[in-house]
Ligand binder design. Sequence first.
Ligand code: C2O
Ligand code: CU
Ligand code: CU
Length: 489
Amino acid sequence: AAVFLAAVGGLFAWQWTGAEVSTVGQVRFSKELKVPPLAPSTVEKDGTRVFSLRMQAGTTEFEKGVRTPTWGFNGSYLGPTLRAKRGEKVRVKVENTLPEASSVHWHGMHLPAKMDGGPHQEVAPGRTWTPYWKIDQPAATLWYHPHPHGKTETHVQRGLAGMFLVDDDRSASLKLPKRYGVDDLPVAVQDVEFDGANLDHGRRSFLQNTGFLGSRTMVNGTLDPYKEVGDELVRLRLLNASTARIYDFGFGDDRAFALVATDGGLLERPETLKRVQLSPGERAEVVVRMRAGEKVVLRSFPQSNYGGGFEQRFAGGDDSFDVLELRAAPTLRKAPELPSVMGDLEVPQEKDAVRGRYFGLRMSGINGRKMDMRHIDETVTRGTAEVWTVRNEDGVPHNFHVHDVQFRVLSVDGKAPTGMLRGAKDTVFVPGGSTVKLAMRFDGPADPDTPYMYHCHLLYHEDRGMMGQFVVVEKGQRAGTVAGGAHAG
Ligand code: C2O
Ligand code: CU
Ligand code: CU
C-alpha cells in the first residue's frame, strides 16, 4: 500500500507544491531582520515578575506599502520575547481583544496544569487570564502560542507566537554569546503564502495530509531577511514556528556549527554538526563562527528521512529554502572558545522509570482515539518517571509533543540517539514507520481534574484530534472529571 500511495503521490505532487518549492539562490535578502523586543516587566514586592500580553488584530507591512491583516501579541504580528530566571515567580496578564476565544500555552514550560494555557484555559473575547507559576527548570528557549481546541493552526498562522527565554546561573556563567539581538538572535521560522495583500492559509497538501505548506519563509515575521553581525561567534535560537513544515537547517557553504541547546536547554557539551532538523515546535540553539566581511546564508536543505515512502510527496522534489543572510562586519569582536562541558541534563534515564506506555500515531487519532476534552486518556503518578514508546503507524509525517515535561530520547528504532536527539526535548519528530522511546519525569503538582496535553505538533493534525490528555495524580488517586467547556477569568 505504501508503494502504491507513494506512486500516486508522485503523480499529483504538483497539485499542492507547485513543480518545485525552492527559494535557494532566489532570495535577495532585502529587509533587515526584525528582532522581537524583550517584553517589559515589573517586579512586585514578593519578587514576582509580571508581564502583560495583549492578543490583538492589526495589519502588518511584510512588504513596504502592502498592508496584511494579521494577529499578534502587543503588536500586529508575533509577540515580544519574555525572559525570566530559574527560581523567579512570574505572572502574565493575558488579555484577549480578538473577536474569538483563544488561549496562550507556554510550550516547554514546567508548570501547574491550570497555568498551562491549553484548550481547558481558553480566554473569551474581552476577558483576561492571569496564570502564575515559579520557573523551575534549566535555561532554555521556550515559546508561547495559542491552543484553542480545533483552531490552533489558524491562530498561529495569523501571527500569534513568541519566545520565552529561561535563564539560570549556569547559562549566565558559561562563555556563550548572550547579547540579545546582537550575538544572540531569536530566529523563529515560518513558511508563508500570500494571496495579494492577504496571507493565504489554504495551501494544503491534500494527499499527504500534512496541513499548510507555504512556498516562502519568514524569520521573526521578516520576509527576505538579513542581519548584520559584529561578532566572531553568533548564537541562533532556532524555532520552527511553522504549522506543518519540517526544516533541515545548515549553512549555504556547508560549514559546521556547534549545537549548544535543544528544546529543554543546554546539551552536556557542544556538538559539531552540519545539519539540524526541526519539525514544528522544536528548537535548537546553534553557534556559528563568522569570518570578517563574509555573507553566510542559513538554509533549509532538501530532506530524505520522512520515511514510509512519503519523502517525494512531502518534499515535492526539492523543498529547500534560503532563510536568513548573516552579514559579517569588516572587523569582528573576538569571542572566547565555546565551553567544552556545559553540565548535566535534568531528564531521567531508562532505569528511573516505573512504568511504560505506548502511543500509536495515526491521522485518525492517537491509540485509536480522537481528542475528547472530557476524556482523560492517561493518569500518571506525581514524582515518578515513565518510558513512553511512540510509533508512527500510518507513515504520514508526525511529531510528538508532551506538555509540562522535558524528556530524554532513549532510542530511535532501537538505536542510540545522535545529534540533537541527545539533548532534553519536549517535541520529537517521528518519521513514518519509526519508533522513539522517551523517558520523562512528572513532578508537577498533582491535579486530577486538570489535564495536560500530548499531541502531534503538525497543527492541522492536532486540530483534527491527534491529541490526548493526561493528568498527574498523587499515588493511588484517581483521575477526576474534566469539564469540556471553555472558561476564563
Ligand atoms: Cu506547542 Cu500543545 O503545544
Ligand atoms: Cu506545549
Ligand atoms: Cu501528525
